[in-house]
Design a protein around this ligand. Structure first.
Ligand SMILES: Cc1cc2nc3c(=O)[nH]c(=O)nc-3n(C[C@H](O)[C@H](O)[C@H](O)COP(=O)(O)OP(=O)(O)OC[C@H]3O[C@@H](n4cnc5c(N)ncnc54)[C@H](O)[C@@H]3O)c2cc1C
Length: 434
């Protein structure tokens, strides 16, 4: 099956179209081959080039680089997350390990942005974990206790204040964390492409179909040509499973999101001219919703088991209607036709919300599965897997290796049934906050 991105995402469509796209049109060989050009693959390429300036490094993507999940996410660079099952005191040490990784992820993106003077609408706005339901107070209070123990600055916010800060009276309560950055994901990943060093060759619209390791060489088959490489790093995230990589440890989930056109002056005035903000749901399947710097509203309120290869226009339309309803619930004054674009993207999950970072065979490495927080962690894991594959060690690798490792998944039939049932249950529980 072919990896096919829809062309609808506003984050990508506001950027200048790329030119001089190079496709694989001859057989090639390399010292290093990276599969997948999102945050992970591009960061791995950048680091490899620094470590091995004289070696041949190729990075390949099935579609246009950076136009998978990396260019079409919601743009929260997170320091903390609520919905990964680690909020009780019992799990405090696990949660700390997770936030240690998030911190290193933020540092990695910050370094890149600073070094290359990247304009990606970086805003240290913090974020709200908000709910429309008073019953969620207990969950928010528990989370607040966890954050206090770990020293994260935060405060609880009531409905009245929320109305002022967000411009909607939909939410009853929220926990605001000072840490966390809002950014433009498309601009960030585009900068990673534009700054690729000269000794990295980027090949696009060329999908890896099969690969085989034979002694010291790895044979990679594409539609018409092959690449023979000494070392390979898989950075295909939601598509790891389809390449047979760690297939009993990760599975893809398809997310859809919609973005409005910029609000007019009068629409914006009517809702109280709020500053840029980002809300994450308190319940796992509730809506992620953002007011962007240019006054657009972004909403993501679906996550489902779906073919990762393509979502049809009709399927997307159905999800877009749900997203319109989500916006109308919060901002009833806005017109029905305000959504400008709706798109889908694929992420990768593991059973216990841990990430994949490892050598799977001699000279074969993989990094992925960020469970919805891949802007920072993907950038970090890309850089660090390149270092690990070069037989070096860092403090960051030690921190990454301390995490709980991904746990084994049941066979496909049971897995699909289990995930669908769980998602249905969570969706039901979150139905008011969709
Ligand atoms: C709607 C949405 C909202 C999200 N919101 C957030 C958020 O707010 N904050 C956050 O941190 N994360 C968020 N995420 C997750 C985040 O986008 C991902 O974790 C991150 O982009 C992963 O980066 P990556 O480089 O590992 O993978 P990707 O960006 O998915 O890149 C993998 C690349 O591999 C390529 N590929 C796949 N198969 C092959 C093949 N066989 N041959 C060659 N190339 C192949 C794909 O074309 C793709 O470009 C969101 C994701 C989505 C979809």
């Amino acid at each position: 099956m072919n990896v096919v991105n829809d062309n609808n995402c506003s984050w990508i469509n506001v950027l200048n179209p790329r030119t001089k796209i190079k496709v694989l049109d001859k057989d090639m060989s390399s010292d290093w081959l990276i599969i997948g050009a999102g945050y992970t693959g591009l960061s791995a390429a950048r680091k490899l080039s620094e470590l091995h300036p004289g070696q041949k490094i190729i990075i390949v993507d099935a579609q246009l680089a950076g136009e998978g999940a990396s260019g079409r996410n919601s743009g929260y660079l997170v320091d903390t997350t609520l919905n990964d099952g680690f909020t009780s005191n019992k799990e405090l040490s696990n949660y700390k390990k997770k936030t240690d990784i998030y911190k290193l992820g933020i540092d990695a993106v910050k370094r890149f942005v600073k070094e290359h003077q990247v304009n990606c609408d970086w805003n240290e706005a913090g974020k709200y974990f908000a709910s429309s339901r008073d019953e969620d107070k207990k969950k928010i209070t528990n989370f607040s206790n966890t954050l206090s123990k770990l020293g994260f600055e935060h405060n609880l916010i009531n409905k009245k204040e929320l109305k002022k800060e967000l411009g909607t009276s939909f939410y009853n309560l929220a926990l605001y964390t000072k840490g966390g950055i809002l950014l433009h994901p498309g601009k960030l990943v585009r900068a990673m492409i534009d700054t690729l060093p000269d000794n990295v060759e980027l090949i696009e619209q060329s999908q890896l179909l099969e690969w085989k390791k034979d002694n010291d060489s790895i044979y990679c088959k594409f539609r018409k040509n092959i690449i023979i490489t000494k070392k390979i790093i898989f950075c295909t995230n939601g598509f790891l499973k389809s390449l047979g990589i760690k297939e009993n440890y990760n599975f893809p989930l398809t997310l859809t999101a919609s973005m409005t056109r910029p609000l007019t002056d009068s629409e914006f005035k009517f809702i109280g001219e709020p500053k840029e903000w980002g809300v994450l749901p308190v319940r796992p399947m509730g809506a992620t919703i953002r007011m962007t710097k240019d006054r657009r509203i972004l909403i993501r309120n679906t996550a489902e088991v779906h073919s990762p290869f393509k979502m049809t226009d009709d399927e997307l339309k159905k999800r877009s209607i749900k997203q319109k309803l989500g916006i109308k619930k919060r901002f009833s004054s806005l017109p029905d036709d305000i959504i400008e674009s709706s798109w889908s993207g694929v992420v990768s999950r593991t059973r216990n919300s841990s990430q994949i970072f490892e050598k799977i065979k001699d000279n074969v490495f993989v990094a992925g599965c960020y469970n919805g927080s891949g802007i920072g962690v993907g950038t970090l894991f890309g850089e660090q897997i390149a270092i690990r594959a070069s037989n070096e060690n860092t403090n960051e690798i030690n921190v990454i290796e301390c995490r709980d490792k991904p746990t084994w998944l049941p066979p496909k039939l049971f897995l699909n049934l289990g995930i669908r049932t769980r998602l249905m249950y969570e969706r039901f529980r979150s139905r008011l906050d969709l």
